[in-house]
Design a protein around this ligand. Structure first.
Ligand code: SF4
Length: 282
C-alpha cells in the first residue's frame, strides 16, 4: 500500500489563530472563555478546548468568562447579549473573512448589488447579510440565481470557504444575464489550494481518505471532489473509523484534511493507516 499525504494539512492560519486566541483567553481570563456554538467545525478539537476552559454556549444564559468570536464571525444579536452581560470580547474573526466583508461593503458603496455565493445560515453569510441588508443576496444553486431579479450593476463574491466549482458555475450564469457584472474572487487561498490539490490527487490514488469534522463544509467538499471523480472516498473524523476492508496491499491511498482538522488527529490517522498497511503486508 502506498500512502500519498497532501501538502496542505491541518489548521489553516485563521483557525490556528482562533484556537490560540481562545486558549489564551481561557487561561488569562477570570472564569475561562466561551464561544457561541463551536469555535471551529471539529468536534474532537472543540472537546479538547472545553477541557482547557473554552466552553461552548448554545443559549445566552450559558455565556460567561471572556467571549471569543469564532473565525467566521458572530451575529449581532449574540454580540448584543454579550455586551449586556458586560463580558470582555476577543475577536478571533479571520482577517480573510473581514477583508471579504470590507470588499463587499465597498462594492455596495460603488452602487453594485452584491450576489454572494455561499451557504445559507453560515455565520459568514449571516453577518454579511446583517451588514448589507437588501443590497446583498446569498445564493447557493443556479436555481436560486434564476429566481433573483437582477438589474443594474451586479457584483459576485464568494463565501471564503465555498467550492471553486460552484463559484465558477454561478458566475458563468450571472455573466450571461446581466449587462455589467463585476466578479471579485473572495475565496480563501487556504481553501482553494486544498481543492486544487484534491483534483490532482484523485488522478493518482485508488482511495481518498479525508480527515475532518463531518460538519466542516470545506472538509466535506474535499470528499465530494473524490466522489465526483469516482475514487473510493472515505470522510473520517477519527482514526477509529478506518476500516482495513477499504484498502488493499497494492492500492495507493491519498490522505487529505480540512482546514479545521488538528494535527493530533491527523497523526493518529496516519499511525492507524500504517498498522493497516502492516496487516495487509503492503
Ligand atoms: S479557511 Fe481561510 S477564511 Fe477560513 S479561517 Fe482559514 S484562513 Fe480564514
Amino acid at each position: 500500500m502506498r500512502v500519498v499525504i497532501a501538502k496542505h494539512m491541518g489548521f489553516c492560519g485563521g483557525v490556528r489563530r482562533a484556537v490560540d486566541l481562545a486558549l489564551r483567553a481561557a487561561r488569562n481570563g477570570q472564569g475561562g472563555a466561551s464561544t457561541w456554538g463551536p469555535l471551529i467545525h471539529n468536534p474532537q478539537e472543540v472537546e479538547r478546548l472545553s477541557r482547557e476552559g473554552v466552553r461552548v454556549a448554545q443559549r445566552p444564559e450559558e455565556l460567561s468568562g471572556v467571549f471569543v468570536v469564532s473565525a467566521y464571525g458572530v451575529e449581532s444579536a449574540v454580540l448584543e447579549a454579550v455586551r449586556q452581560r458586560g463580558m470582555e470580547v476577543v475577536d478571533a474573526t479571520c482577517p480573510v473573512v473581514t477583508r471579504a466583508h470590507e470588499l463587499a461593503e465597498r462594492l455596495v458603496e460603488e452602487g453594485y448589488f452584491v450576489v454572494a455565493v455561499g451557504d445559507h445560515g453560515h455565520p459568514e453569510m449571516v453577518t454579511l447579510k446583517e451588514k448589507l441588508g437588501d443590497r446583498v443576496a446569498v445564493v447557493h444553486t443556479p436555481e436560486e440565481v434564476a429566481a433573483l431579479r437582477l438589474r443594474g450593476k451586479v457584483a459576485v463574491i464568494s463565501q471564503t470557504t465555498q467550492s471553486l466549482e460552484n463559484f465558477r458555475r454561478i458566475v458563468a450564469d450571472i455573466v450571461t444575464r446581466v449587462k455589467e457584472t463585476k466578479v471579485v474572487n473572495t475565496l480563501c487561498p487556504a481553501i482553494t489550494v486544498r481543492q486544487e490539490e484534491a483534483l490532482r490527487l484523485v488522478e493518482e490514488v485508488d482511495v481518498l481518505l479525508v480527515v475532518g469534522g463531518r460538519g466542516s463544509s470545506n472538509t466535506t467538499r474535499l470528499a465530494e471532489i473524490g466522489r465526483q471523480w469516482g475514487v473510493a472516498t472515505y470522510h473520517v473524523e477519527t482514526a477509529d473509523e478506518l476500516h482495513p476492508s477499504w484498502f488493499s496491499a497494492d492500492c495507493t491511498v491519498g490522505v487529505m484534511s480540512g482546514a479545521s482538522t488538528p494535527d493530533w488527529i491527523i497523526e493518529q490517522v496516519l499511525v492507524r493507516l500504517d498498522e493497516i498497511r502492516t496487516q495487509l503486508g503492503g
